[in-house]
Design a protein around this ligand. Structure first.
Ligand SMILES: Nc1ncnc2c1ncn2[C@@H]1O[C@H](COP(=O)(O)OP(=O)(O)OP(=O)(O)O)[C@@H](O)[C@H]1O
Length: 311
């Protein structure tokens, strides 16, 4: 059975009088990548900051590998590595100098620092940049240095706040690959407001909206949840819009222009195949058909309105 490394129970936080997060509970498994998805202001950073011990919660409990973050903060924090949204890099140090400094901060015994630095550099693909000033590295490599400092003490949990923000497409692919690699032997949680980031990297997904947990399941379950439920069709010789409603499985038909319509359908296999066949049989001259997925905003809205969040 898969073991969890982090337990978050009924976590709530209030800044002055407004609640930023309310009654959030979930577990994080000891291996793999978990994505924390939410729109701006949803409560991601508040949750991440509490999880890292940077912010003390108003109510609730966080346990990391059995250590209560509030009661045993030092023990709990030894088990985690953190890369905040703005990586805490010293641009005027070389990669080696910076990682040695981080190793001291992490209380790694003097005799083991050099080995720890080499291992972290190797894991993050920056061994050849040891003598390079961080200021002279590209954004993608700076982010690798940030991840190296987060894993230098072999934490069981690594927390990454929007780790691909501001990177170019190639750098994003490289950092995603690195995140997956470091998650082969530990738990990684990262926050993002981009669905594509979570879909590309994560096994599990937690979604928060307006401070509440609105979805918690596997990425596969999430992808099933957002299966397309409408399509845009264009026909050179379309029928009356009401004709579409006579097709089994079509629940709504909307006129977009003379020749283009949006059809909504109930969960049904091969509905587009059916439309194509009927269109050919009746001479509607179908020229284009495209399935539409819900936008992230629609998904957030749907999930936020659900009565019971799924754990
Ligand atoms: N220091 C603070 N004082 C008062 N309110 C705050 C503070 N930090 C965050 N908030 C509020 O708490 C709520 C949650 O904010 P939080 O930063 O956790 O969201 P987020 O999901 O990380 O958003 P973003 O992606 O924009 O960083 C928001 O309404 C925000 O305005």
């Amino acid at each position: 059975m898969k073991r969890s490394i982090v337990s978050i129970e009924n976590l709530s936080h209030r800044y002055s009088k407004d609640w930023a997060i309310r009654d959030i509970s979930f577990e994080i498994l000891e291996v793999g990548v978990l994505g924390l998805l939410g729109s701006n202001g949803a409560g991601k950073s508040t949750t991440m900051n509490i999880l890292c011990g940077v912010l003390s919660q108003t109510a609730g409990k966080v346990t990391i590998d059995g250590a209560d973050l509030r009661l045993e903060p030092e023990l709990a924090k030894r088990k985690l590595g953190f890369l905040p949204q703005n990586a805490p890099l010293h641009l005027d140090l070389t990669v080696d100098e910076y990682l040695i400094y981080c190793a001291y901060l992490r209380d790694i015994p003097k005799g083991k620092i050099s080995y720890a630095v080499d291992q972290a550099k190797e894991k993050c693909g920056i061994s050849h940049f040891g003598k390079r000033l961080i200021n002279n590295l590209s954004g993608g490599y700076r982010q690798r240095v940030g991840i190296a400092q987060a894993i230098i003490h072999h934490p069981k949990l690594v927390v990454l706040d929007e780790p691909t923000n501001g990177l170019d497409p190639n750098q994003i692919l490289e950092v995603r690959k690195l995140i997956k690699e470091i998650a082969e032997e530990r738990s990684v949680i990262f926050s993002t407001h981009m669905l594509s980031e979570v879909q590309a990297t994560c096994r599990d997904i937690k979604m928060i909206e307006n401070g509440r947990l609105v979805f918690a399941d596997t990425m596969e379950a999430f992808n099933n949840y957002i299966l397309p439920d409408s399509m845009l069709i264009t026909m050179n010789n379309p029928p009356e819009v009401s004709s579409f409603l006579e097709i089994g499985g079509i629940t709504d038909a909307q006129v977009i222009s003379d020749k283009t319509f949006r059809l909504r359908f109930s969960a049904s296999d091969a509905i587009s195949q059916k439309i194509i066949e009927i269109s050919v049989a009746r001479g509607w001259e179908l020229s284009e058909i495209a399935l539409e997925r819900s936008s992230l905003d629609e998904i957030f809205a749907q999930l936020s309105n659900r009565p019971q969040p799924r754990r």
